[in-house]
Design a protein around this ligand. Structure first.
Ligand SMILES: C[S@@+](CC[C@H](N)C(=O)[O-])C[C@H]1O[C@@H](n2cnc3c(N)ncnc32)[C@H](O)[C@@H]1O
Length: 376
């Protein structure tokens, strides 16, 4: 069975590559896969990267346009749908405007796709900060809107390093399955716990299979001599505020001292979260060499294969990589969806939020309709 998938806010294709890699064989030998049908993003370079890697034979299936102007009705039929809606207004790092920001309301276009196309399943993705935006109201409003389109939801906070990604990255992922199908999606059980099954480390990500010097997107960033000298004093896992840095090399910063500034990775742990930032010491820094990571190294931490070539200027590529869903994490979730449809049992855990009642009174405060389970 092939599920044709549409996607909005497709970015460089992290979610889509995971979907493409997912494959499940049913008990009767039938193979379940997901095939790209169409995608949309406002960003030109993200669309170019997506076309180049996900659908080189069908570049026109990627529509570069503001979703607010996208003709949703005219898009071809789909069986599955994914959308990692922009997180700018939900991220705790930003101003946390939620629905009051420019980006917050964009999720409604995902709701519109569900309304028009009624795919069998969908995957929605956002940052963990979504839970607390607008005092918690935004998250429940989004759940309510998605549910209203006729879907049973399984919202969960996935910690991707527990699924083999060499990076600490937590994201809320809501899987919805159309109600009439009578199926229930279950959160796949994490494989890594950091004790009996140690997390995959940065060293493993970089050294098990060293990156070829001429790999795509592997250009070095030039630093001035003072930065290199300072980095030489910073041990793995420490940042610009490390006490062993001589006074003359220290940064002259008043006010908040952000912990990610000139922070060097620790080789024996998963990395801290890969973001799109770079200037002012916000690149991620190598543990063994006094320098920023190359984009290819960032892509490794995001579990993109080395033959996935990102298109665009170096800064644009850094942004694309930073906002993507790690491919491996996406694959785990899409594979669990395929198993759900193939009727294959898999080990699972309780979702972080669980629908505890179907609301009998439409006007009730829906905050009560989802309760947090004890999973943290
Ligand atoms: C978090 S990223 C999605 C990453 C993607 N899910 C992946 O795994 O690679 C959000 C994307 O939304 C896009 N975006 C932001 N505003 C948009 C708009 N008004 N219309 C269409 N796309 C938009 C951004 O360009 C960005 O690529």
């Amino acid at each position: 069975m092939i599920f044709k998938k549409g996607e909005i806010f497709c970015g460089p294709g992290g979610l889509s590559l995971g979907a493409k890699q997912a494959k499940v064989e049913g008990l009767d030998g039938e193979v379940y896969t997901i095939e790209h049908q169409w995608a949309n993003d406002i960003d030109n370079w993200a669309c170019e990267t997506f076309r180049h890697n996900i659908c080189p034979g069908d570049p026109e299936s990627v529509i570069q346009q503001d979703v607010r102007e996208l003709d949703i009705e005219s898009l071809s039929p789909i069986d599955g749908f994914s959308f990692g809606f922009p997180c700018n207004d939900f991220s705790v790092v930003g101003k946390h405007k939620g629905f009051d920001g420019e980006y917050g309301p964009l999720y409604t276009f995902g709701v519109r796709v569900l309304n028009v196309h009624q795919p069998k399943w969908f995957v929605a993705e956002n940052v963990g900060g979504l839970e607390s935006a607008n005092g918690g109201a935004a998250f429940f409003k989004i759940l309510e809107d998605l549910e209203k389109e006729g879907y049973v939801l399984t919202p969960h906070l996935y910690k991707f390093h527990e699924y083999g990604v060499p990076q600490k990255r937590s994201r809320i992922i809501i899987v919805g399955i159309r109600k009439d199908l009578g199926l229930e999606f279950k959160v796949p059980k994490p494989i890594y716990d950091g004790t009996i099954n140690p997390f995959v480390t940065v060293r493993q990500a970089f050294e098990d299979k060293p990156i070829k010097e001429d790999a795509f997107n592997n250009e070095l960033t030039r630093h001035n001599a003072k930065v290199v000298e300072m980095l030489n004093y910073i041990p793995p896992g420490e940042n610009a505020w490390y006490e062993g840095i001589p006074q003359e090399l220290r940064l002259n910063v008043k006010g908040a001292k952000l912990s990610q500034i000139y922070k060097r990775l620790h080789p024996d742990f998963p990395s801290y979260t890969v973001t799109g930032s770079g200037g002012g010491g916000t690149h991620m820094y190598h543990y063994a060499e006094p320098r920023a990571l190359t984009n290819r190294e960032r892509a490794r931490l995001q579990t993109f294969p080395d033959d996935y070539e990102f298109l665009g200027p170096k800064e644009q590529v850094r942004k694309q990589i930073g906002m993507a869903v790690p491919t491996l994490g996406a694959k785990v979730i899409f594979e669990a969806i395929l198993k759900t449809f193939a009727g294959i049992e898999y080990e699972h855990i309780e979702p972080k939020w669980k629908a505890v009642l179907q609301d009998p009174k439409p006007k009730r405060n829906r905050k009560n309709a989802y309760s947090k389970t004890k999973v943290d």
